[in-house]
Design a binder for this molecule. Structure first.
Ligand SMILES: [Zn+2]
Length: 321
């Protein structure tokens, strides 16, 4: 899996972190802001009770995403949430940020058409976003909150979004399928994962959520990889042809030497004798080279035919003997 965000300005960001950073700079229209925020709370929002009051925490390991959640809450609800940082020392992992709404938390989830259920699950109280722009924003929010993508240069293409439960994963899969992405769902130790494995579909997803720079970078690497594969294929193909040519030459030489020893080349019909002498003179040449060097007029296929004949004769005489 792609490494999550490092501190900004520190070591270079992973491809996933770069993608997220790009997404958090998109200027959403108000309708889309709500759809994006809803997806984020749906995937990463938790309600706690502190001093008898409900508090909404939206967690993320990505600092740009934390900032995005903060900004969206401020713009949509005129709130000034707190941002809490926790270090995962034990696993030597990254920081975990919690954007915390401790005043008017209910107003936020109601405004996002969400209702907290027992077991930390959310119920949707409204209809899914109808406008295309908002549907894309919802997918963007889901990726920002719980998504990750492998660097395109790594050994396999992989993009995934983790979901707490099967229903959420199924809902997300359907949302992605509206764009023909054919996402798959798999159960993991902790929850479910909606994922894409094909480079083409990942590119499509990046396009849908508006990560255009990431998309270009991904395509760049993919094209380079494709070219490398093509070169490898060509080399393999050439090697295969060369091996075939060498094997043929070895067979021909063996037949010709046997005939020379047991029959004598002078006793062969002229056309076969010519071919045999030519092969003995240039044991390493391929058919094309032989045809070009021949002191008599012969085509590549004509020569091939003569060699086959020589091999046939040698084979028949050998088995008889
Ligand atoms: Zn919209």
């Amino acid at each position: 899996m792609a490494a999550a965000t490092g501190p900004e300005g520190g070591r270079s960001l992973s491809f996933a972190a770069q993608t997220k950073k790009e997404l958090t700079l998109i200027a959403d229209s108000p309708c889309c802001q709500r759809a994006e925020l809803q997806a984020m709370v749906l995937l990463n929002g938790h309600v706690l009770w502190l001093e008898g009051r409900p508090v909404l925490d939206v967690q993320t390991e990505n600092v740009a995403t934390a900032r995005r959640i903060y900004t969206l809450l401020r713009q949509q609800f005129q709130l000034h949430p707190e941002v809490l940082v926790r270090k995962k020392m034990r696993l030597k992992k990254n920081n975990v940020y919690a954007v915390r709404v401790s005043v008017r938390a209910e107003e936020v989830w109601q405004g996002l058409q969400l209702a907290p259920q027992p077991g930390g699950v959310w119920r949707l109280t409204g209809q899914p976003p109808r406008k295309r722009c908002c549907q894309r924003a919802a997918l963007r929010g889901a990726f920002l909150a719980a998504g990750s993508v492998n660097d395109p240069g790594s050994s396999s293409y992989h993009l995934e979004i983790s979901c707490g439960n099967a229903a959420l994963a199924e809902r997300l899969r359907k949302q992605m399928d509206a764009y023909g992405l054919h996402a798959k769902v798999i159960g993991r130790k902790r929850g479910y994962v909606v994922y894409l494995k094909e480079g083409e579909k990942i590119v499509e997803f990046l396009s849908v959520i508006g990560a255009h720079q990431a998309l270009l970078k991904f395509e760049d690497v993919r094209i380079m990889k494709g070219m490398r594969n093509q070169v490898n294929r060509l080399v393999n193909c050439e090697t295969a042809n060369m091996n075939k040519a060498i094997a043929a030459a070895v067979r021909q030489l063996s037949a010709i030497r046997w005939l020379d020893e047991h029959v004598g080349l002078v006793h062969l019909p002229t056309k076969l004798r010519e071919a045999a002498e030519l092969r003995l003179q240039y044991p390493d040449a391929n058919l094309q080279e032989l045809a070009a060097r021949a002191p008599f007029r012969v085509s590549k296929s004509g020569l091939n035919h003569r060699f086959r004949k020589l091999e046939d004769i040698a084979e028949r005489l050998r088995t008889r003997g």
